[in-house]
Ligand binder design. Sequence first.
Ligand code: NAP
Length: 270
Amino acid sequence: MKNNKNIYALFGNPVEHSLSPVMHNAALKEMKIDARYIAIRVENAREITRKIKEMNIRGASITIPHKTAVMDYLDEVSESSMMIGAVNTLTFTDGRLEGDNTDWTGFTLALKESIEIEGKTFAILGAGGAARAAVFGILQEGGTPVILNRTVTKGEKLAKEFGCDFHPISEVEKIKADCLINSTPAGMFPDMEISPVRAETLSNFGCVMDMIYNPLKTRLLKDAQEAGCSVISGLPMFIYQGAEQIRIWTGLRPPLDLMKQVVLEELTNE
Ligand code: NAP
C-alpha cells in the first residue's frame, strides 16, 4: 500500500454500511481518474492522520465519530470548518493535511432546491455535527435557525455560540417554522419505525427535511407527507457533500447524476 498515490478513503466507526465508496468509486471511474476509494474503520482520530501519511492517501472523508477530534491533527483547517467545529473532508498535498467541511454546502444546496432560505425560519432537531453544519449554512444564507435538542446543555451551548433560540426537543409542538430539519439519527436504518417527533406536530411546518438517507422515506417524512408538508430526503445532501469533496480533491466537476443513480440503486436494492 505504501506510496500508492491513488487512494481516497472514508474514515469512521462504523464504516461498513456507508454508501460513500459506491458513490465515489463510480464518480472517479466516470471521470477517468485512476484511483480507488476505500472505507477504513478507525478507533481514534490520531489513527486517521497516521494512515493517510503511511498510505499516501490523497483525500479522505471523515464520518462519525471523528469529525471534531481529527481537527487537532491537521496543518490547516478552513474558516467554515472552524466555525462549525467539524471537518468531513481532508486533503493531503505535499505532506500537508488540510480540513474542510462540505456538509454545510451539501445541506444548503439540497435545501435550496426546495425552499428559499433567506428570510425563513428553520427548526433544527439535534445539536451534533450535522446540526452545526445546518445552523451555519442557514445563517450564511440569511435564514433563522431555531435549535431543538434532547440534551438541553448541548443544545443551549450551540444556540449561544451562533446566537439562535433554543428549546428542548420535548417542546417541539410549541414551535412553528417554515421548515423542520431532522439532524438526529432517529429513524435511520434499522430503526425505521422511529420518528424524532409526533406526527400531530408536523402541520406546524410547511416543509420537512430529514438528513437521513437510509431509508429514503423515513417515518418522519411519511408522517410529514400525510400532514401535507413538502418533504426532502437526506439523499441530495449526501450527493452534494460528496461531489464537493471530489471537486476539492481534483479540481474537477463530478458527475452528479451518476452519483445519485448508483446510490439510489443501492438503497432500492436493499
Ligand atoms: P451526532 O454528532 O452524533 O449528533 C446526533 C444528535 O442527535 C445529538 O444532538 C443527539 O442528541 C440527537 N439524537 C440522537 N438520537 C436521538 C433520539 N433518539 N431522539 C432525539 N435526539 C437524538 O451525529 P451527526 O454527525 O450530527 O449526524 C446526525 C444525523 O445526520 C445522522 O443520521 C447522519 O447520518 C445524518 N447526516 C447526514 C448527512 C447527509 O449527507 N445526508 C451528512 C451528515 C450527517 P443529544 O445531544 O441529546 O445526544
